[in-house]
Design a protein around this ligand. Structure first.
Ligand SMILES: Cc1ncc(COP(=O)(O)O)c(C=O)c1O
Length: 380
């Protein structure tokens, strides 16, 4: 096919290739150690989680058969929602097909034309895309900078009907996180609606794995809690939880992401329900995982690498140049270690990195091997 469309697309792809930013889709091969998965507690293959998926599959079938309002909402979905509400201590909620869709729904449909949305500059793409399509004004505050957020709140406090503040708990590409207690203090002063995306906090933070909000004791102050079932909960799907049934009723009536899509497969709901039970008891695994990641961060700094000083399971090794991130990824792959090279536009310019995503199956031996390999690649 030679058409104006084909030529334009090829030109754009060629530019990406020249900048070393071309994305390609590869089937994940076998590896000795996976440092790129978000299966932080290794529950994807847990016998109890697999049994949960199988039971729902056998009882309700392979697919849900319809969108939720046309009877695709099955007892397994309701059980999943009940488990989430109880765990995260919220009275109302909704299960979505993906975290991407949940963020789209919340941020496209809840803020109105008289409202303002304030978001962390590095917020996930699903939030940015939703805000761009929504009706409200928006502004970005510098990453984790609550002083900047406070300035924006002060400046805009009487110009809007409702202000929404949106942040991730643990940021997906940096593994850093805001001071949630200080954020809640700002909320008490300015009275905004706090939307928290716990995609990467869930499972790893908090005494029951309830997330960073649970760990910092602010769960009851989060107005709209979003999370995915696709990371530590080892399945697929997502949730929006809140104290407001009105918010949920509004989403059920207006969110096309829910209304016009075949609902989550029963096996996904069954697996996630089982994982919610398992996650709460994995306190020792959580502690070990965080301890390992903290140790590794310290060793990276000693080795002269650039990372950050946060205590989480996501450890970025920031190298700046996209070619260098790719070369490091390939070196690790030669030794059977799978790690993601993340480049712009997923991360800001000049901050290409290896994103090391630690999980509970990683041992001290693995860490020593990884460190040795990386240190041998200092000049790559
Ligand atoms: C912070 C954050 N929010 C939302 C999502 C989307 O979740 P899902 O993978 O369930 O679509 C992700 C996953 O990439 C994420 O990292």
């Amino acid at each position: 096919m030679d058409s104006p469309l084909e030529r334009r697309l090829q030109k754009e792809l060629e530019q990406r290739r020249k900048d070393n930013l071309l994305r390609t889709l590869k089937v994940a091969g076998s590896c000795r150690l996976n440092l790129s998965s978000n299966d932080y507690l290794q529950l994807r293959t847990d016998p109890g989680v697999v049994a949960g998926a199988r039971q729902a599959l056998e009882r309700y079938g392979a697919g849900s058969g319809a969108s939720p309002l046309l009877y695709g909402y099955l007892p397994c979905h309701e059980q999943l929602l009940d488990a989430l509400l109880q765990w995260k201590r919220k009275p109302a909620g909704l299960v979505f097909n993906t975290g991407f869709m949940a963020n789209q729904a919340v941020l496209k449909h809840l803020p109105g034309p008289k409202d303002l949305v304030l978001v962390d500059k590095l917020i996930h793409h699903s939030v940015i895309q939703a805000i761009l399509q929504g009706k409200a004004d928006y502004k970005r505050y510098s990453h984790l900078d609550l002083g900047h957020l406070e300035e924006l709140l002060e400046k805009n406090k009487s110009a809007y009907e409702t202000v929404f503040v949106v942040t991730e708990s643990v940021f997906s590409m940096d593994g850093d996180y805001p001071d949630l207690k200080a954020l809640v203090e700002l909320k008490q002063r300015f009275g905004f609606v706090l939307v928290l995306d716990e995609a990467h906090g869930t499972g790893v933070f908090g005494p029951t794995g309830g997330g960073l909000a649970e760990e910092t004791g602010v769960l009851d102050h989060v107005d709209i809690l979003v999370g995915t079932l696709g990371k530590a909960l080892a399945s697929m799907g997502a949730y929006v939880l809140t104290a407001s049934q009105t918010v949920i009723d509004h989403l059920v009536n207006h969110a096309g992401e829910l209304i016009y899509s075949t609902y989550l497969a029963p096996a996904c709901a069954g697996a996630a329900s089982a994982a919610i039970g398992r996650v709460q008891s994995l306190h020792t695994e959580r502690q070990r995982l965080r301890k390992n990641a903290a140790w590794f961060r310290d060793e990276l700094v000693k080795g002269g690498w650039t990372t950050n000083a946060f205590d989480s399971q996501i450890v970025p090794v920031i190298v700046g140049d996209p070619d260098r991130a790719l070369a490091l990824r390939d070196r690790l792959l030669e030794k059977g270690l799978l790690a993601g090279a993340v480049r712009p536009p997923t991360v800001p310019p000049n901050s290409s990195r290896l994103r090391l995503s630690f999980h509970s199956g990683i041992t001290q031996d693995h860490l020593h091997e990884l460190l040795e390999l990386l240190n041998a690649c200092r000049t790559v």
